[in-house]
Design a protein around this ligand. Sequence first.
Ligand SMILES: [Zn+2]
Length: 225
Amino acid sequence: MAGTGTIRGPGVAAMGGNPMSRLIEESFQPANPIVRVHAWKAALNDGDCSINLLTYHSVYSAIIEQAEAALPNETGGFLLGHAGFDPDAGSWYNWIDEAVRITPTEANPVHCCFTWKDVDQVRARREREGKSLIGWYHTHPGLGIFLSETDLQKTHQQLFNEVFQVALVYDPISGRAGYFFREASGFLDAGTAGWREFQLVKSAIGSDSDSAARSFHSSAETGQL
Ligand SMILES: [Zn+2]
């Protein structure tokens, strides 16, 4: 486009890169990209602090695809993004923009597990990308949405013990999913609860790599639990 040589933001020189290649790259980006997200808010019992999650639809698409490919076995991975805390409200606002799958070493229909190698890899990736480890996800094919004693004691409390870290459970048979989180007291309700659940629905029209092709509907619309 005309006059591109005069458009140089302060960041171009500061980054020390090739100004022209940066301008060409930026010219292909939409000015104001909008990302489809799913907003989920925790219902807390103690006080009015809260945990709010904004998860990219592309994260769910990746999880759905991985879950179906793994059937009848369980599978899982890590949730990366950005953790934000509003000290006035005492509330967390966490973005989840990336699902990092693991390759289970001993997956079966009722169990999958993380290895320390997986953990080390995701920690290195988190640092490279300047992100936070918001939590983890795993599937419960046909089992429902809860954290087992093993999920809670061996995985969540061991590897994800930051106050803002959450667990996502997805049942690829029913299409239901739900988040688990700690309250300010440290208490974590690992049981089945309709309020935490939502429906992940794949688009009926084909399946391609475009995350927007998969639609997502919250059960809150219908009140179904
Ligand atoms: Zn589990």
